[in-house]
Design a protein around this ligand. Structure first.
Ligand code: XMP
Length: 325
């Protein structure tokens, strides 16, 4: 299969085709790996999660998953990785809470590209350190998918957090590298992964780091995480989550004057961004009903400490990129 060009491959669109793909990959993985150990950086995103589930099915505890929490995850994401892989699938999971390391390094850094480089570089360091503690690892698994091989836009330093040092002397295991995202999802479903993990919207490697605009502070990051969780909850409830490609909150590093409980209340604005696209190169704005916008505004301004305004970003791409940084 790995020699077949994707253009000539039958696309995986049904559970039956997914089952056949899984059976084929399980056999190939066993053949490639034998009784050796495999290491995987498990972010909890669709691709690495599906690769983890495939490998667990093929080789069980010979797979070691390392989940690095860089402190820039969305609310509940690291917890779900522990729940699904550490508990339900009983995987060999190493969980590293590196929040302080990342946030200390990012302190006072406001340049977006510098922030990305620090996050990407530190991720590799933490992952390397964990890998060095393990013995007898012969293979490195990666959630590379077909568009990753095709894509490179040069507008931003899109190095995925999860991109690993080239001097790591390990043979690669990349079972989904010829699949498109929608196929990976069909396979994830067939593997029994939770719906919200398989149908998760794309999330940039640097995570909330590129949405907590300018120099990241812990209080503003916490406010962003809570506001984002409210937006996601309301999009889920209203059915918009299935219609909108990517939606999130960005919080800039300035405050405006407001009033709460009869007193002056200075706070940051929460900016809602909800876009539709097929390839992320261009994007259009999803229309959100005003009643829902009012409800989301009401919840965020009442429930999130430090936020006193909610704004809606109406800018298509181009001219705005999807992320603010
Ligand atoms: P932009 O902001 O360039 O985003 O319009 C296009 C898509 O890419 C995601 N994105 C990233 N993904 N590392 C990633 O892995 C990054 O540094 C990064 N920056 C943007 C963004 O979320 C959108 O889906």
């Amino acid at each position: 299969m790995s020699n077949v060009r994707p253009e000539t491959m039958e696309r995986i669109t049904t559970p039956a085709l997914a089952e056949a793909f899984i059976a084929e990959q399980v056999a190939l993985i066993r053949q490639q790996v034998g009784d050796k150990k495999v290491l995987l950086a498990l972010s909890g995103g669709v691709d690495s999660s599906v690769v983890a589930a495939l490998l667990i099915k093929a080789i069980g505890k010979q797979l070691v998953c390392v989940h690095v929490n860089h402190g820039l995850m969305r609310k509940g994401e690291s917890e779900q990785v522990i729940e699904v892989f550490g508990k339900a699938l009983d995987a060999n999971l190493v969980y590293v809470d590196a929040t302080d390391r990342f946030l200390d390094l990012l302190k006072d850094v406001s340049d977006p590209e510098k922030k990305r480089k620090i996050i990407g570089g530190e991720f590799i360091k933490v992952f390397d350190e964990e890998a060095a503690k393990l013995e007898g690892i012969s293979f490195l698994a990666q959630g590379t998918i077909y568009p990753d091989i095709l894509e490179s836009d040069g507008v931003k330093a899109h190095h995925n957090v999860g991109g690993l040092p080239e001097d790591m002397e390990m043979e690669l295991v990349e079972p989904v590298k010829l699949l498109y995202k929608d196929e990976v999802r069909v396979v994830g479903d067939a593997l029994g992964l939770p719906h919200n993990m398989v149908y998760r919207q794309p999330f940039p490697g640097p995570g909330l780091g590129v949405r907590c605009l300018g120099a990241i502070t812990r209080d503003r990051l916490a406010a962003l995480r809570e506001a984002d969780a409210i937006l996601r909850e309301e999009f889920d409830k209203s059915g918009l989550a299935d219609k909108v490609w990517q939606y999130f909150i960005a919080v800039p590093d300035f405050k405006s004057v407001g009033v709460r409980d009869g007193k002056r209340y200075e706070g940051w604005p929460a900016i809602i961004r909800a876009v539709n696209t097929t390839d992320a190169m261009t994007a259009t704005i999803e229309e959100i009903p005003y009643s829902l916008l009012h409800h989301i505004t009401d919840r965020i301004t009442h429930e999130v400490e430090g936020i006193n305004r909610v704004l809606l970003d109406l800018t298509p791409k181009p001219i705005g990129t999807i992320e603010w940084e």
